[in-house]
Write a protein that binds this ligand. Structure first.
Ligand code: PXG
Length: 287
């Protein structure tokens, strides 16, 4: 039985949920999206994700033809139709179909669709043993060009860095900003631990304000851990005691090697493990 996909107010079998070849989301990457998780029947931080979606849309002058409440109901409706309580939710808004030419004025109505499916996480071993990453040569798009705060359908900047990771045989790549500071990974935010203090680049470094990142900041505060948002250099990652990445799909994954340099002891560190543990309890309170 195929999954149902919600599209512009209707639940369709996945094979019938189609985007036209004239859709500007496809032609120009003109659109926005969210990647969301549901745990135990509850969509995690849905309000935050919807706020970010509307903020991304506003940043590209895209008016979403549904209210946040309608989209929230649609997500639950889709999960219900698919019999899911744990799911990965992909909510996409494209500029919609229109004549050729990149002017968004050539389109009339945005297309909105919701896929609820699974997403393959990193292999379990990376969570217990740690992940290796590289520093990409591809620089993160500067905020003045296309602010990384905007979760747009334009992911080629990240994909180019991800191709570098693939070539190096690793699963993620660290991206630096054009002024040489640590920004984020291709689909994850980055944190380090140095002398007991948790550090992560500020949003002003030109990154996506990750919702998992915000949750980790909150959990660190609750645990009395010292945390600072501060500009980091590649050398700070090299010299860190611990390092981990955060993202909706990844959750929290320890990083134990970067560019062939071992981080800390080469094993997931104690603070990383504590945060992973508290994150699991936070998202799955009923286990
Ligand atoms: N930076 C970037 C560039 C991202 O795309 C994050 C950080 C982490 O943000 P959240 O809000 O998820 O904590 C992301 C998120 C996918 C996929 O399909 C990508 C993301 C999230 C979920 C799925 O690869 N990126």
């Amino acid at each position: 039985m195929s999954l149902k996909v919600w599209m512009d107010g209707e639940l369709l079998p996945a094979e019938d949920a189609k985007i036209g070849v004239y859709d500007h989301g496809l032609l120009y990457g003109d659109g926005v999206f969210e990647g969301i998780r549901a745990y135990q029947g509850r969509v995690f931080k849905l309000d935050r994700h919807l706020r970010r979606l509307y903020a991304s849309a506003q940043a590209i002058s895209l008016v979403i033809p549904f209210t946040a409440e309608q989209l929230s109901r649609a997500i639950y409706e889709t999960m219900e139709a698919n019999g899911q309580s744990d799911a990965y939710v992909r909510l996409v808004v494209t500029r919609g179909p229109g004549d050729l030419g990149l002017d968004p004025g050539k389109t009339k109505t945005p297309v909105v669709f919701i896929i609820t499916d699974r997403i393959a996480l990193y292999p379990e071993q990376m969570y217990t043993e740690g992940m290796s990453i590289i520093t990409a040569k591809t620089v993160r798009t500067p905020a003045q060009s296309l602010n990384p705060k905007v979760k747009s359908l334009n992911y080629l900047n990240n994909i180019l860095a991800r191709i570098e990771a693939n070539k190096a045989g690793v699963s993620e790549a660290l991206m630096l900003s054009c002024d040489g500071y640590v920004a984020e990974c291709t689909g994850d935010n980055i944190f380090i631990v140095k002398e007991g203090k948790v550090l992560t680049p500020p949003v002003s470094a030109g990154i996506l304000e990750g919702i998992t990142r915000d949750v980790v900041i909150e959990l660190a505060a609750k645990q009395g851990l010292a945390l600072e948002e501060s500009q980091l250099r590649q050398e700070d990652i090299y010299a860190a005691d611990e390092c981990f990445l955060t993202g909706t799909a990844a959750e929290i994954v320890p990083v134990t090697k970067i560019d062939d340099k071992v981080i800390g002891t080469g094993k997931p560190g104690p603070i990383t493990k504590r945060l992973i543990d508290s994150f699991h309890k936070y998202v799955q309170p009923h286990t």
